[in-house]
Design a protein around this ligand. Structure first.
Ligand code: GSH
Length: 253
């Protein structure tokens, strides 16, 4: 299969391999896939999506094929493509601002993400998987969830965040979101007036909490964290005008 993609990727386009589907509120349940597709849209780098062969060379999703090569990890991919296509969007910001962007991204991907995993897979998943848990979806989707959930909980346990209870997980999420909200302040985007690479990660990391019905932090996002909610809608309006139609397409499939 991977050899096939080597050939196809020699035609100038990036092939984004990612896990899609099974969500009524997001184009993809994976924040890392959402980050990468948002980045490709932001930079206008030509790409096509492969939703089938989504486990990459490092056993995770997403990954890309480009010019006959395979590359894993959304951050390595972003950095590689930014260099290759001369799209270093964060360069308009100072070194210190970029450092703040890096720290925010790392917190979202390596800390907030795991709290989200626990929310989805241990405490009832009051988001994209809620309907699966209630059995409102197909048997296959229920089965996939049943197979994936223990694996995700075990990864979260090894990482450490998975050892906390529901109240502690919610406190972790709230703390992280408060920090991002402070960094964002009155900015339109994470570091200022223009979006950069790290916006794709932050948007993707927040999307599940913001766009889910019955988000664990719904009240806070409508109140003290409302700048985060507005930010996510700004990113969505800018880069995902087809967000809803994407969802409708998923529902039909
Ligand atoms: N650092 C990786 C993380 C990717 C990642 O963890 N993806 C998840 C899906 S959201 C995954 O593949 N999980 C499967 C596993 O860890 O076995 C990246 O930025 O691409």
């Amino acid at each position: 299969m991977k050899a096939k993609w080597r050939e196809q990727s020699k035609q100038g386009k990036v092939i984004l391999h990612g896990m899609y589907g099974n969500s009524d509120v997001l184009p993809t349940p994976s924040p890392f896939v959402l980050k990468l597709e948002t980045y490709l849209r932001l930079t206008k780098i030509p790409y096509e999506v492969d939703k089938v062969d989504f486990w990459g060379p490092k056993g995770k999703t997403p990954w890309i094929s480009y010019e006959g090569e395979h590359l894993a990890d959304s951050q390595f991919i972003t950095e590689f493509l930014s260099r290759k296509f001369g799209k270093q969007l964060a360069n308009k910001y100072s070194i210190k601002e970029r450092a703040i962007g890096t720290m925010t991204r790392v917190m979202v991907e390596e800390h907030l993400y795991w709290a989200g995993v626990m929310w989805r897979f241990a405490f009832g998943g009051k988001d994209t998987f809620q309907k699966v848990l209630r059995g409102e979806k197909s048997f296959i989707q229920w089965l996939i969830f049943r197979l994936i959930a223990p694996q995700m909980r075990s990864s979260a346990w090894s990482q450490g965040v998975g050892r906390h209870n529901e109240t502690e997980i919610k406190a972790i999420m709230l703390n992280d979101l408060r920090a991002i909200s402070t960094v964002l302040g009155q900015n339109k985007f994470l570091l200022g007036e223009e979006p950069c690479e790290d916006d794709c990660s932050v948007f993707a990391g927040l999307a599940s909490a913001v766009f889910s019905t019955n988000s664990p932090l719904e009240k806070e996002l409508n109140d003290e964290l409302s700048n985060l909610k507005e930010y996510c809608y700004r990113m969505k309006d800018l880069l995902w005008p087809d967000w809803e139609s994407h969802m409708n397409k998923l529902k039909q499939n």
